[in-house]
Design a protein around this ligand. Structure first.
Ligand SMILES: *[C@@H]1O[C@H](CO)[C@@H](O)[C@H](O)[C@H]1NC(C)=O
Ligand SMILES: *[C@@H]1O[C@H](CO)[C@@H](O)[C@H](O)[C@H]1NC(C)=O
Ligand SMILES: [Cu+2]
Length: 204
């Protein structure tokens, strides 16, 4: 009788150590200009992202959510170019240690691969700074700016969003169901911001 509760407690105590894992990610290869998978969630300190480079000549380079296709100025990681022949049978690898649960944004620095969507993320949030938005930014599918931080994942014009925010439904973007859902939420938030600005202006 006593042993069951004790066993449960000790299992919980060792759980954090047991969770450290190696996440396999293939860069390029027959899948094309992509990281496969293109995101890892739930990674914790001590985990490793194990990149395996296949054809053609790619990098895994750290960027930021706001500038997906630019290496962060200081302290970012960069594998450098890893040219791999299509007929290769052995592949260069790179182990990236994960140091916490903060998002890590990554792109391929070769030519216009990033603009073609060759991006990767670890622990991307499920709201706001999502992987879908990061990828859309990389592909130039949204015009993110400081004044309009919520414009993303949709081709719907900003003016329409402000006027229809209360009844916002599905934006007319071409994203998947997940990014459409986020877009819909964002339009409502945009409406709230717009109304706030209007209200403020009226008082002044
Ligand atoms: C890989 O790409 C880099 C950057 O474009 C280039 O400088 C390098 O020559 C390429 N390597 C090979 C073997 O093609
Ligand atoms: C984690 O820290 C190590 C050592 O400072 C560093 O080389 C590595 O790039 C860091 N990982 C990430 C994802 O930033
Ligand atoms: Cu590439």
């Amino acid at each position: 009788m006593l042993f069951k509760p004790l066993a449960a407690v000790s299992a919980l105590a060792v759980a954090p150590l047991a969770r450290a894992v190696v996440h396999e990610v293939t860069v390029g290869g027959s899948a094309g200009l992509v990281f496969t998978p293109n995101q890892i969630t739930g990674a914790v300190e001590g985990d490793i992202i194990h990149f395996t480079f296949q054809a053609q000549n790619h990098t895994a380079t750290q960027s930021s959510f706001d500038t997906p296709c630019e290496m962060i100025p200081k302290g970012g990681f960069d594998t450098g170019f890893q040219p791999v022949d299509a007929a290769a049978t052995s592949f260069p690898t790179y182990d990236l240690p994960i140091n916490g649960t903060d998002p890590v944004w990554v792109f391929c620095a070769q030519g216009t691969h990033c603009q073609a969507g060759m991006v990767f993320a670890v622990n991307a949030p499920t709201e706001d700074k999502t992987f879908d938005r990061f990828m859309a930014n990389a592909m130039g599918m949204s015009s993110v700016s400081m004044s309009m931080p919520m414009s993303t994942g949709s081709t719907q014009p900003t003016a329409a969003a402000a006027t229809t925010a209360g009844a916002a439904t599905t934006p007319t973007g071409s994203g998947n169901a997940a990014s459409r859902a986020v877009g819909s939420m964002n339009w409502k938030a945009m409406g709230a911001v717009a109304l706030g600005v209007v209200a403020g202006a009226a008082v002044v």
